[in-house]
Write a protein that binds this ligand. Structure first.
Ligand code: G6P
Length: 609
């Protein structure tokens, strides 16, 4: 993972780098560092911990410069230590920041050691610094040295490079990890994502795989993977600065939970504009969708749970087979591929390596078509797909995904209905009903948000527990999974989820008076079954915390706590019932005093295996 930023300007770039790194902290927050060209030396400040620590140290050390690079790290090769923090340098002449993983780093390390290079860190990145140095000191330009060095690297990288005797050049290269160039007025930038440089410019160029760039204050030169000059389009980013600020909220997760009515409305608007028509998924969809014989969903984490929910919709509404698989598992098994099964990848970030690799693997196996459900425009996974549905959740910064998940569900629901229409399974009346359901969804979600005080009251009881169980059935089973994931991610309470009917086949053995059991129990076809499962828990002393709508007719009793969720909204009920489990995790984490937005050991964008 990791985030990188770089700047070349006629003003001090340290504040730009620091602000950029703060925006990129979602990509990793084990350590941070910057290197700038200051007079006749490359000065470097690195600190273990958050960017704020490094910022304080940079101020103390009076760090300034007109050219610099910065990095925020999620440790892969080597522990969380200052020597492993980027930027890495070679003979104090070359400094490099890197996002990605160099697969042949061991081989390069041995070779470079043979050439007399000493290593100060355990990182794979240090080989890049030495390799660039090796070619640079042989003569030629920094740009050519980076070109030679990167052509010898295998793996994934987005890098920024500066050299001591090149005060007017910032060189960058990209392969497999996101990198963009920001175009300013007499100043230019590089960054892992646009949020990092938004205060300076909105004009950006997304680098393609294998591109290498040379930035000066007045211009940018790019070559492609075949060494040919590359002309890439300039985009005007529409990401708003306000969307990157906390505003009145205490945490981004809290903000993003509360933004869901708006995020959903914005995403639903796209569906309403196009109707449940193939065009919603791109120009080629009208030709592709009628040919399909099945759907194969690949994703990780929360996005995988969105996929599990979609399976219920796709099979019941469209009457077509759908299977869902964790991307990191799929990519390493000899899977059966029907070319006519549409591969659907779901990814908030659009750059999760496991999902990307699973997509490539599916293509190799013969899948003819791929659709991406994604929240980040121009990111790698949608660009590698034939069809795309962009969710309109806006920037999601909290590591634990919230509004991205519920908007993914809208996209997947639209896919199910559209496929159903194409296959003649959805009548005009059904379609009108589904559109109406979507229209009412933001209101129901707002209603669910109003449950916050009651959920907060529950959270105190959870905060003292070591374990929790989540139960759901049918469409609400994936929401139970998502509730358990949210709780473990940000509160560090061990939580598991089961389809309620599976309880008696094992997990019931865990239930005693110390085990809180959260049940998602709206009034649907499986309600009576869920009620029986709940009796099984109560009979063993387990304490029940039930989210149920008024129609479910649950009443508080000894050991049974009930929060009334909004009126059951048909097939979209899983989206509404996601809100309370998100809020529960949030408030339990607050009670336990954990770092809600940056939970330990995790990062939002996972570009490593
Ligand atoms: C990480 C994040 C999760 C996310 C998962 C998949 O693990 O912490 O919140 O669900 O990656 O990410 P994606 O960007 O592909 O949805």
């Amino acid at each position: 993972m990791c985030g990188i930023v770089g700047a070349i300007a006629a003003r001090d770039v340290v504040p730009v780098l620091v602000e950029g790194l703060k925006r990129l902290e979602y990509r990793g927050y084990d350590s941070a560092g910057v290197a700038v060209l200051a007079g006749d030396e490359i000065r470097r400040v690195r600190r273990v911990g958050r960017v704020a620590e490094m910022e304080g140290a940079a101020a103390e050390e009076n760090l300034h410069g007109l050219l610099g690079i910065g990095h925020t790290r999620w440790a892969t090769h080597g522990g969380v230590t200052e020597p492993n923090a980027h930027p890495h340098v070679s003979f104090d002449k070359i400094a490099v920041v890197h996002n990605g993983i160099i697969e042949n780093h061991e081989e390069q390390r041995q070779r470079l050691k043979g050439l007399g290079y000493a290593f100060e860190s355990q990182t794979d990145t240090e080989v890049i610094a030495h390799l660039v140095h090796h070619y640079y000191q042989a003569g030629g330009s920094l740009f050519d040295a980076v070109k030679q060095a990167t052509r010898e690297l295998t793996g994934a990288y987005a890098i920024g490079v500066i050299a001591l005797d090149r005060p007017d050049e910032l060189v960058c290269a990209r392969m497999g990890c996101p990198l963009l160039v920001g175009l300013g007025d007499g100043e230019n930038f590089i960054a892992s994502d646009v949020s990092a440089i938004l205060s300076a410019t909105r004009r950006v160029i997304f680098l393609e795989e294998g591109d290498i760039g040379l930035l000066t204050r007045d211009g940018v030169k790019l070559i492609d993977k075949d060494d040919q000059p590359a002309a890439r389009p300039v985009h005007l980013s529409d990401v708003s600065l306000a969307s990157l600020e906390l505003g009145p909220y205490s945490h981004f997760m809290q903000k993003e939970i509360h933004e869901q009515p708006k995020a959903l409305s914005d995403t639903i608007e796209a569906v309403q504009d196009a109707g449940f028509n193939a065009a919603l998924f791109g120009e080629a969809a009208a030709e592709i969708l009628p040919q399909l014989e099945g759907v194969k969903i690949l994703a990780c984490g929360t996005s995988y749970y969105a996929g599990l929910t979609a399976k219920y919709w796709i099979e019941s509404i469209a009457g077509i087979a759908c299977d869902v698989e964790i991307a990191s598992e799929y990519r390493y098994r000899a899977a059966f591929a029907n070319p006519k099964h549409l591969v659907v990848t779901i990814s908030q970030s659009g750059e999760t390596l496991d999902t990307m690799e699973a997509l490539k693997y599916a293509r190799e196996l013969g899948h003819a078509y791929a659709l991406s459900i994604c929240n980040v425009r121009e990111s790698a996974i949608p660009r590698a797909s034939d069809l795309v549905f962009y969710t309109r959740a806006g920037a999601e910064i909290g590591v634990a995904s919230t509004k991205a998940f519920t908007t993914q569900l809208v996209g997947l629901f639209a896919l199910a209905v559209t496929l159903g229409k194409v296959r003649g399974k959805v009548s005009a009346a059904d379609e009108a009903q589904y559109l109406d359901d979507l229209r009412h969804l933001p209101g129901s979600v707002q209603h669910a948000l109003n449950l916050e005080p009651q959920i907060k009251a529950w959270s105190e009881r959870f905060a003292v527990k070591d374990n929790a169980l989540f139960l759901g059935r049918g469409l609400h089973y994936p929401i139970a999974l998502e509730g358990a994931l949210k709780l473990k991610e940000i509160s560090y309470i061990h939580a598991e989820a089961y389809p309620a009917g599976e309880l008696k086949h094992g997990p019931l053995a865990l239930v005693d008076e110390d085990m809180p059991v959260v049940v998602i129990a709206p009034n649907d076809a499986l309600l009576e079954k869920v009620k029986s499962n709940m009796q099984e828990v109560r009979a063993r002393g387990g304490e029940l915390f039930v989210f149920a709508d008024a129609d479910s007719h649950f009443h508080e009793s000894d050991g049974v706590h009930v929060i009334r969720t909004p009126r059951h909204v048909g097939v979209l009920s899983p989206i509404v019932h996601t809100i309370p489990v998100q809020m529960l995790a949030y408030h339990v984490a607050l009670s336990r005093g954990t770092d809600v937005d940056k939970p330990r050991n995790l990062a939002k964008s996972v570009t490593v295996e």
